[in-house]
Design a protein around this ligand. Structure first.
Ligand code: SME
Length: 158
């Protein structure tokens, strides 16, 4: 059994704890889907004010829904479409403080108000994206960007 980080911990310690938990739970495991599934669970349960957290995997043509926690989501996203497809195409993290102000945003859960998408790249090859949604406007800070990029780096190292 794995222990989940306690959400009520001081924010800096909580971020460290989430990263360490992902490192611990994925250590020695090479199966991508298993690691993404556990990482989605850890982030969903440990991060405050998050209503969707998961991954889209690049199949060579488009992004296809992967392991996630939250309400059922759209299955396929073309490169360049929505926040996920844009982050994947541009290969950079996108923070959207207000999804209603992002042209082309794809609404999967009507509750989502802000969003962050981090591309997953291994050895120069696009693997997919990490997508985290919040029901709160402007939920994601620079510290959250750092944390989620560190989590993606751990996952890509397995
Ligand atoms: N909002 C995303 C689509 C995925 S869902 O949020 C889970 C986008 O615009 O790409």
């Amino acid at each position: 059994m794995f222990t989940l980080p306690d959400r009520s911990t001081d924010p800096r310690l909580l971020r460290e704890s989430i990263l360490h938990t992902v490192q611990h739970v994925t250590a020695g495991e090479h199966n991508l889907v298993a690691n993404l599934a556990n990482a989605a669970s850890i982030m969903y349960h440990a991060l405050a004010e998050v209503n969707w957290c998961g991954f889209y995997l690049f199949d060579g043509t488009e992004l296809v829904l992967g392991p996630f926690h939250g309400r059922p989501a759209c299955i396929r996203i073309a490169l360049g479409r929505g926040v996920c497809g844009t982050a994947a195409q541009e290969r950079r993290t996108l923070v959207v403080p207000d999804v209603e102000a992002f042209p082309g945003h794809i609404a999967c859960d009507a509750a989502s108000r802000s969003e962050i998408v981090v591309p997953m790249i291994r050895a120069g090859v696009l693997v997919g994206v990490l997508d985290v949604d919040s029901p709160v406007v402007d939920r994601f800070s620079a510290d959250d960007v750092t944390l989620l990029e560190q989590i993606v780096a751990v996952l890509m190292s397995r």
